[in-house]
Each structure stands twice: as C-alpha cells, then as structure tokens.
Design a protein around this ligand. Structure first.
Ligand code: 5GP
Ligand code: MN
Length: 330
C-alpha cells in the first residue's frame, strides 16, 4: 500500500492504541515512542499499551513518553485503531493480543519483516528492506512535514541501533547512517544511550554470561554454534534482568560459524529460538517451518516442544540449509 494511502487512513482516525510483540525490544519501543509523538503532534489521542513492561535497559524512554502494559484486571483505553509495530499479527502480542482480537479491531501495521503485508493489518506500511521499524516512522514524519522532537529522535535512534547492532550488521545501509547523522546533529546523545542500555548490569551478569556461553556446542563441522538455556538458567537471567542477546555475539565471532542458535526454555515449557546467520544461510526460511519469522539474517520462533527436541530439530534444519548452499558459499 502506498504510504500516502496509509497516512490518509490514519489521519481520519482519532484514538490510537499502539502495541507490539511480547518482550518489546529497542526497535519496537523506539518506533512506538516516535509514532506516539507524531500522532500527538497531529492532535490525536494515543496510548501505548504493550504485553510486557518496558525493560530496565530502555527506561530512559519513560522520561518523555508514557508506556503502559496490559494487566488482566485493568480495562484497556478506548481506541478506533490498533497500531501493531515491529510485528504484524495479534498472535505475537501475547494475552493482550487475544484480548484485542475479541474486539475485532481495525489494525494498522508498521513493520519491516518479510511477509508482513500478509498479517492482520487492515492497512499496512511495510518495507522489508528497511533496517528498523523506527526508520519507517521517521519516514512518516517526513511525509507529513512534521518536525521530529527530542523524544521522538531518541526513539528513532534507539530503533536504529537496536536492529543494526549499533551499525555493525549488513542492514546498516545509507538510510540508517543518514538518519543517525541527522539525529545526532539534532542532539541525540548516542553514548549516553549506550551506557543506559549496557552499563547498568546486575552483579550476576558476568557469571551468567560465562555460564550461558559455557552451554554452547559446535555442530555440523563448526558451522552451527548452538546454546540451550534451560528453565533454571532462564530463571536466574530473569532475576538479574539479563539480556540473553549478549550470548549471540561471542558465538557469532567464531570463524567458520554460519548459524548461531540460542534456545531458551520458557516457563510454559515452550522453547523460544533465536537464529542468527553470518553468511548466506537464510534463517528466516528455517524458522518459517516452525511457524516463526523475521529477517534473512535474524529470525526467531516459538517451538512447542521440549528443549532437547527443539535442539535436534534446529540442528537438522540448519544442516539442510547449509547443504543447500552453493559450494562456493559453504
Ligand atoms: P529475536 O531472535 O531477537 O527474538 O528475533 C529476531 C527476529 O526474528 C526479530 O526480527 C523478531 O521480530 C523475529 N522473531 C522472533 N521470534 C519470532 C516469532 O516467534 N515469530 C515471528 N514471526 N518472528 C519472530
Ligand atoms: Mn525490528
């Protein structure tokens, strides 16, 4: 759908409920922040309601932007439209998604994942080439000629750094660097945001990282690095508010590794799987077979099976994907 059509639709609505996927990450929260202030600037009513609270690493956003999270006993604010950011289906919004679905809402999707036009959106602004959902919201400001305020600028910056690994991944394109340059020129303090996100860890965090890295195994002649985190370790991580993404990078740094798999046992027994590709393997295609999604180089899925079974299934799927690569890429 052309962006002008999407914006015409939004402009005709008055009350917005912005939401996103469970355990909202920096891109999701940053995009919500920017969209909140855009809609407010247009004179509309907006509430951000997420399935989970804002994590400690992102609490600097709360200075300028109100975030709520859905509690079963509380009523949701009234709305004309639900805006899904950084995902495209209410099924990714947890119990809140189920509550919203009962109201058969009109849904607007703003997302950068492969295939998100085919989600629950009544209207969509989707660009799978965009590095971050926050970049899409930044484009909406431009389309509408609304200047970006300080809070929104911080949100867009957070989106960009969250999804490009602080400008290191292959999705850090010219648009990302141009936007980031502009944001820093307008006063965003990247170093302060970095410190807020990564320099306030719990005393157990270093030991946790060591224990989690200690769980990794190299498989498939060193092409797959896989780490499985059982419930006990996940509970410890929860108590320390530890971001398990920290495990991914050291595993990705091993020469010869094509795919990193992080499997986390959840409290309900399901397994949250995160895959990262370093070379030409398409991990989005791998997780699609398990009902997941994401991007070519970063994707995830929720697998309803025991941890050991999930490990075996992922190893088999990665083996197939690696075998299918042209010899040169292997
Ligand atoms: P992460 O591994 O950091 O949770 O997610 C990596 C990418 O895959 C993100 O873009 C995320 O939105 C997507 N992703 C993660 N889990 C799921 C899932 O269960 N379903 C879908 N459709 N996408 C997921
Ligand atoms: Mn994203």
């Amino acid at each position: 759908m052309p962006v002008a059509t999407f914006l015409d639709f939004l402009r005709r609505k008055q009350r917005f409920l912005l939401t996103g996927h469970e355990n909202p990450d920096g891109d999701c929260l940053g995009a919500q922040t920017a969209l909140y202030h855009l809609l407010r600037a247009l004179g509309q009513e907006v509430a951000i309601v997420n399935p989970d609270p804002v994590g400690k690493s992102f609490d600097f956003l709360l200075r300028h932007t109100p975030f709520q999270h859905a509690r079963a006993e509380e009523q949701l604010p009234g709305f004309d439209v639900v805006v899904l950011l950084d995902c495209c289906q209410l099924s990714r919004v947890g119990v809140l998604g189920q509550r919203l679905a009962q109201q058969r809402p009109t849904i607007a999707v703003i997302d950068h994942h492969v295939g998100s036009e085919q989600g629950d959106g009544t209207v969509c602004y989707v660009d799978a080439k965009a590095a971050a959902t926050g970049a899409l919201v930044r484009r909406l400001y431009r389309e509408l000629g609304v200047p970006l305020g300080a809070a929104a600028a911080e949100g867009v910056f957070l989106s960009l750094v969250a999804d490009t690994g602080w400008f290191r991944y292959s999705n850090a394109d010219a648009e990302v660097f141009a936007m980031a340059g502009e944001l820093v020129a307008s006063g965003v303090d990247g170093s302060r945001i970095y410190d807020a996100m990564y320099r306030r860890n719990h005393p157990d965090s270093a030991a946790l990282l060591a224990d989690m890295l200690g769980r990794h195994r190299l498989r498939l002649d060193g092409k797959l690095a896989i780490a499985s985190l059982d419930k006990a370790l996940m509970e410890r991580a929860g108590r320390a508010d530890f971001d398990t993404d920290a495990v991914l990078d050291p595993l990705r740094s091993i020469e010869g590794v094509e795919v990193v798999a992080l499997l986390k046992e959840r409290f309900d027994g399901a397994v949250k799987c995160s895959l990262r590709a370093r070379g030409d393997v398409d991990v989005q295609a791998i997780v699609a077979a398990f009902g997941g999604g994401g991007h070519k180089k970063a994707a995830g899925a929720t697998m309803k099976m025991p941890l050991a079974a999930a490990e075996a299934a992922i190893e088999a799927a990665v083996q197939q994907a690696v075998a299918a690569l042209p010899t040169r890429a292997r």
